[in-house]
Design a protein around this ligand. Structure first.
Ligand SMILES: Cc1cn([C@H]2C[C@H](O)[C@@H](COP(=O)(O)OP(=O)(O)O[C@H]3O[C@@H](C)C(=O)[C@@H](O)[C@H]3O)O2)c(=O)[nH]c1=O
Length: 202
């Protein structure tokens, strides 16, 4: 008997899956299986993961939106500390939902996992003081192969929770902050990505 509940085609976008593992609580704390190949296969998820990643970010950090072009990665993501708003954007030309986004809050408490297949841009905004983010990938990191999409492209129109600020025509973080005043914090490269019209598609 499997220990995961899988919601397929999350947000009406084919391939996106929200996975909820069974959590076994007892007087000591809890136990859960964070990945079980057989349970995944029983739900039609037969991808093979070759790399595990972990990052730590402070409140207001936004990482993304990222993808690899020649070596696209499927990603099974989760949060082990704090909370983030995690987003996938469909970049599969020919897809009925090309250019559409789906976002989900992943937290230490809800223990939800989100599977984003190849062909999507992916990113997240940190809503807690600190967030530790873990993910499995179906292909290796190829630094020269990275592509990106502007996190605030008006054509996509992602509603980032708690975020306030005016679009100034680029992915720059300038002028943006969370409702509590925390400044939006992006890497230099993530402030330079183009919007949907001018970026790569699969
Ligand atoms: C992604 C990655 C980065 N690195 C290195 C490169 C760099 O020196 C440092 C930080 O890299 P980045 O700034 O690209 O890290 P980050 O912004 O966290 O990149 C990640 O963002 C999220 C949203 C994703 O979807 C991931 O696939 C990945 O692109 O870590 C690796 O060695 N291996 C990896 O797999």
């Amino acid at each position: 008997m499997g220990q995961i509940k899988v919601e397929k085609n999350a947000g009406g976008i084919q391939g996106l899956c929200v996975i909820e593992p069974a959590v076994h609580g007892d007087a000591r704390g809890y136990f859960m299986e964070t990945y079980n190949q057989r349970d995944m296969e029983e739900n039609g998820l037969d991808m093979v993961f070759v790399q595990d990643n972990q990052s730590c970010s402070t409140k207001g950090v936004l990482r993304g939106l990222h993808f690899q072009k020649e070596f696209p990665q499927g990603k099974l993501v989760r949060v082990i500390k704090g909370s983030v708003f995690d987003v996938a954007v469909d970049l599969r030309s020919g897809s009925e939902t090309y250019g559409k986004w789906f976002g989900i809050e992943l937290t230490e408490e809800n223990k939800k996992q989100f599977y984003i297949p190849e062909g999507f841009a992916h990113g997240f905004l940190v809503l807690s003081d600190v967030a530790e983010f873990c993910y499995k990938c179906t292909d290796f990191y190829h630094p020269g192969d990275e592509g990106g999409l502007a996190w605030n492209d008006p054509e996509i129109g992602i509603t980032w929770p708690q975020l306030e600020g005016e679009y100034q025509g680029s992915a720059s973080a300038e002028g943006y902050h969370l409702a509590d005043g925390t400044a939006l914090n992006l890497s230099d490269k993530d402030q330079k990505w183009a919007g949907l019209k001018d970026t790569f598609h699969f």
